[in-house]
Structures are given as structure tokens and as C-alpha cells.
Write a new protein. Structure first.
Length: 144
């Protein structure tokens, strides 16, 4: 998926989602009253109860806030949120700190350009937008 809001319909098999932003939902079409979820490195893998052979994996769910799928909806309409999943694994949800400033990619790029205008010994050398976006001190400076 892209930066827009995506709705993925999952009816079975083994699928992988690589998302990059937006308010996203995975809707499960199988009958079942809950979800099994597990981690595989930085990925999140899910399946509906009694459908253990049908899995969907969200790549980099736990490492990049842009890769988070926000809602997981069962056929019966019950929804589990990404925040609930983070809590179940004892992890802090990224929106509470890393993305709290709500800056656009254009603003992040501007920050990176400004920081890279300094020499390496006087400033920051950031090669990726996510390095700036995930740096609380830089975001706090820019938002002030």
C-alpha cells in the first residue's frame, strides 16, 4: 500500500503487506471470534482463530511507524487496533512519541536538508528521512 488510507481484504492464504502510511485496515473474511498474532523479528503475523494456515504478515510493523496497519477487523465487525497489539507485546505505541508532531514528508525533507547543510563535525548527517522523523530531539527543535 501507499501513503493513502488502505483497506486490505484478507480471505486466506499466506500474504504479506508492506504499507507506507495512512489510516489502514485489514478486514478478515473468515469466520472466527478473534485473532492470533505473533512477531517474526520486526514483522507482525496474524490469523483468525481456527484458520492457523491462513496468515497475513505486516512487514516492519514494529520498526517504522509508517508501516503500521491501524485496524484489524474481523468478519463479525469486532476491531482490534494497532495500539492494542503494541500493548499486548509490552511495547510503547509510536504515535505517543515519534509521530506526535504530525510533520509531513516535505517538512521532514526540509529538516534533513537544513541539517545536512552543516559540516559533519558541526551538525547532523542524516541519510534517510526516517532518521530525522524518528529523532525526538530534532523534531522538538523544528516544532519550536
Amino acid at each position: 500500500g501507499g501513503n493513502e488510507d488502505n483497506k486490505y481484504i484478507f480471505s486466506g492464504g499466506q500474504k504479506t503487506v508492506i504499507d507506507s502510511g495512512g489510516n489502514d485496515t485489514i478486514k478478515f473474511t473468515q469466520d472466527g471470534n478473534g485473532l492470533n498474532f505473533s512477531t517474526n523479528g520486526t514483522d507482525l503475523t496474524l490469523n483468525v482463530y481456527n484458520h492457523e494456515n491462513d496468515t497475513i504478515t505486516v512487514k516492519n510493523f514494529f520498526t517504522n511507524p509508517s508501516n503500521i496497519i491501524e485496524n484489524f477487523e474481523l468478519k463479525n465487525g469486532y476491531t482490534i487496533t494497532s495500539e492494542q497489539i503494541y500493548q499486548s507485546f509490552g511495547k510503547e505505541y509510536p504515535s505517543n512519541n515519534l509521530e506526535a508532531f504530525g510533520l509531513s514528508n516535505a517538512n521532514i525533507n526540509k529538516i534533513v536538508e537544513n541539517l545536512n547543510s552543516y559540516s559533519d563535525d558541526l551538525g547532523a548527517n542524516l541519510n534517510y528521512v526516517s532518521n530525522a522523523k524518528n529523532n525526538f530531539d530534532i523534531m522538538q527543535i523544528y516544532s519550536n
